[in-house]
Design a protein around this ligand. Structure first.
Ligand code: SF4
Length: 316
């Protein structure tokens, strides 16, 4: 566990990326969206301005140390506390990573601003995982609650250009929320649109971790299957319906009983938010999210909403 790290976390098991060493280059929670399903809570600064939030040298120093100490990850992945492309130095950081490591670089992004300089930055990555949850402006606004200047048709146009010229792989994620973006009409429109974009995979997900808004509800496996059929051959379901026994963390061999015990000890004292736990235990929120997901499925903890904040309490 790299408790002293500020910008690097894990490696953590990822449903899509195997063992992933996380790079977090945007402070919590700076994002161009405020998605109703966000597992990080509500956006505190909604912006489309790109800023050097974190100095590249500091990130690279931590990364070099983590690569020496940790098992070799399948990917070095930009994800974390907000939208990573809002950091104006992401391109430079990817270039520098390429000089010190042969581990492929992945970027999880909401694709909200794939304007030309962002596209140039991301062309340096090996795998880009953009999300696209809607094709109609009204549904886009409901699910992603975007910055006021963002229009879905511009996002789609820029995504098309990016995919046309990108030499790496592109796996598009569609997060489905019950009653919001799961109508046949919207998904048929999306299927038509996705035929025009050069994608390697279309990955369907649903709400499996405590969302920012409690009424953001998951679809059933059967509903996901039927949407997969609408979206065609490249579509696959990645939404987690894993058994509570021997979950993914355990299978990848990076599950730490000490971390689970520390979470339980802390929660026995009082219910905590994710931020409370992260600062008390010195564990990055994304790593904590994985543990809490496993523990929730195993019936060891549960989440509840209190005064707009999501809390966790222990059940064992
Ligand atoms: S899910 Fe991603 S894009 Fe949406 S608000 Fe959270 S960090 Fe931003």
């Amino acid at each position: 566990m790299t408790t002293e790290n500020k910008y690097i976390f894990g490696p953590v098991p990822s449903r899509r990326l195997g063992l992933s060493l996380g790079v977090d280059i945007v402070p919590l929670k700076i994002c161009s969206f405020d998605c109703i399903y966000c597992q990080l809570g509500r956006t505190t600064r909604k912006t489309i301005k790109r800023v050097e939030y974190v100095q590249a040298e500091k990130v690279l120093k931590e990364l070099e140390a983590s690569l020496k100490d940790s098992p070799i990850p399948d990917y070095i992945t930009f994800s974390g506390s907000g939208e990573p492309t809002l950091n104006s130095k992401i391109g430079k950081i990817i270039s520098e990573i390429k000089k010190i490591s042969s581990v492929p670089v992945a970027v999880l992004t909401n694709a909200s601003r794939f304007i030309h300089n962002v596209r140039d930055d991301l062309y340096k990555a090996d795998l880009v995982l953009p999300s696209l949850d809607a094709v109609s402006q009204d549904i886009f606004e409901k699910i992603n609650r975007p910055h006021e200047r963002l229009r879905i048709e511009h996002i789609i146009a820029n995504l098309k250009i990016f995919c046309k010229y990108f030499q790496g792989k592109t796996w598009l994620e569609v997060m489905l929320v019950k009653g919001i973006n799961d109508s046949r009409e919207e998904l048929t429109k999306m299927a038509e649109l996705l035929k025009e974009i050069s994608l390697d995979k279309i990955q369907l997900n649903t709400v499996t971790r405590p969302p920012s808004e409690p009424d953001a509800l998951a679809l059933s496996q059967a509903e996901l299957e039927s949407i997969k059929n609408i979206l065609g051959d490249k579509a696959e379901i990645i939404g987690g319906f894993e058994s509570a026994q021997g979950g993914r963390l355990g299978r990848t061999g990076v599950y730490s009983r000490n971390i689970e015990d520390s979470i339980i000890t802390l929660l026995k004292r009082r219910p905590c938010t994710m931020s409370d736990m992260s600062s008390s235990l010195g564990i990055h929120r994304n790593e904590l999210t994985k543990y809490l997901g496993e523990m929730e499925r195993a019936g060891k903890v549960e989440s509840f909403l209190h005064a707009t904040q999501m809390y966790f309490q222990v059940l064992v």
